[in-house]
Design a protein. Structure first.
Length: 388
């Protein structure tokens, strides 16, 4: 069994990397440690790079379509990981999940229609409806025993008149893995209120062993016939630049409408390297993923220990999935603008601003720990250096 070295990260500077090379544009300085964009600094797995290299040995990169071997690898992963036994005609390539959300809004809503989200949440869930002329309706999450829960009384009230729910499953930024019971309740409310559910499950494979990801469409008949589910290997295998996402639509009517939009707008063909990379990830990625999750749990443990000792007034929700920490700075008693300024220009660390995830993010920041442990501890050291 191969042992992967997650302490040995790649130097990404100067590679047109968003996280490292856009810091001046985003933060106003490039003199900081970037721990914001949700991709990892770990080297993309060797079996993925080998698949791309092998394809490059053929000297023509012409028009392409999805190989049957790619489709089979996706279907096998879905059955093994999520318990979804299906056929490829219920699935469709999409260039990315945020793009897929935009396509779904264009298919099933019109400008002025209401879109439901639970906040705080991944900023594109807010930005895409806004930019396309839709109206987003927020149902704030509750915090109970250090984790997010859905306020179902508020959720049901806010769902009235909405056309679509965009669901983060698992949740970003809180790392919450929703239970089957919670998702069933969401499905029942949305079916009753005629709200189509778009389930973004890009972090599903990053669920830690103590928890179990439940794919939304599997929880009930109500969910199966009222949902579009988005998946991708991009977060899990650090290949976000290859645009290789997929959607799963079990209901025939919804599928006909959505796939029709995708095909009519010539969105059926993917990136030649995306197909080969995704196939390699799904065919050979189990052991790499197991070791990755173990390493990320070690990062979380190290972060908890460091803050408890050196900066106990700053805490975070312990994620049940993924490599993102939702950090609570409210005990610093700083306005959000001053909190962000202090972290960037005094601590020299780049984190995601909590209010970008909705007004409930006031006093919070999101930190990406998908990097080696030394970098995680250095980031926390910088935060602790400007406390008080």
């Amino acid at each position: 069994m191969k042992k992967y070295d997650f302490d040995n990260i790649a130097d990404r500077k100067g590679t047109f990397c968003v996280k490292h090379d856009m810091t001046r544009e985003v933060f106003g300085t490039d003199d900081l440690l970037p721990m914001w964009v949700a991709d990892m600094d770990f080297k993309t797995p060797d079996f993925i790079l080998e698949a791309i290299t092998k394809r490059c040995s053929h000297e023509v990169l012409g028009y392409t379509f999805a190989p049957d071997s790619y489709k089979m690898a996706v279907l096998n992963w879905f059955q093994h990981r999520y318990g979804i036994a299906t056929k490829w005609n219920r699935m469709h390539f999409i260039p990315g999940i945020v793009q897929g959300i935009a396509f779904a809004l264009q298919t099933f809503t019109r400008p002025g229609d209401k879109v439901l989200i639970t906040t705080p949440v991944y900023p594109p869930f807010i930005n895409v409806p806004h930019r396309t002329g839709r109206v987003f309706v927020s149902s704030p999450l509750k915090t109970e025993e250090g984790r997010f829960t859905i306020n179902f009384e508020d959720f049901e009230r806010k769902a009235e008149g909405c056309k679509i729910l965009i669901l983060s499953n698992p949740h970003n930024p809180g790392g919450r893995v929703w239970t089957k019971e919670e998702l069933s309740q969401v499905a029942d409310i949305c079916l009753r209120k005629r709200v189509l559910v778009i389930s973004d499950e890009i972090h599903a494979d990053l669920t830690f062993p103590a928890h179990r990801h439940t794919s939304f469409s599997t929880v009930s008949e109500a969910a199966e016939h009222n949902s579009i589910t988005f998946f991708a290997p991009s977060k899990t295998f650090n290949m976000a630049g290859l645009a290789s996402s997929v959607c799963y639509v079990p209901d025939e009517g919804i599928r006909r409408a959505f796939f029709g939009f995708l095909d009519n707008n010539e969105l059926s063909l993917g990136n030649i390297f995306g197909y080969y990379a995704a196939e390699a990830a799904f065919a050979h990625g189990e052991e790499w993923l197991r070791q990755l999750l173990s390493y990320l749990q070690g990062n979380i443990d190290a972060a908890e220990s460091y803050l408890r000792t050196h900066c106990p007034e700053v805490t975070f929700m312990r994620p049940e999935a993924s490599f993102l920490l939702w950090m609570d700075f409210r005990l610093w008693n700083l306005p959000q603008k001053e909190l962000a300024r202090r972290l960037v220009f005094d601590a020299k660390i780049g984190l995601n601003n909590g209010t970008d995830f909705g007004p409930e993010g006031e006093g919070f920041m999101r930190m990406n720990i998908g990097t080696n442990r030394a970098t995680v501890l250095e980031g926390l050291r910088r935060i602790a250096s400007v406390r008080g």
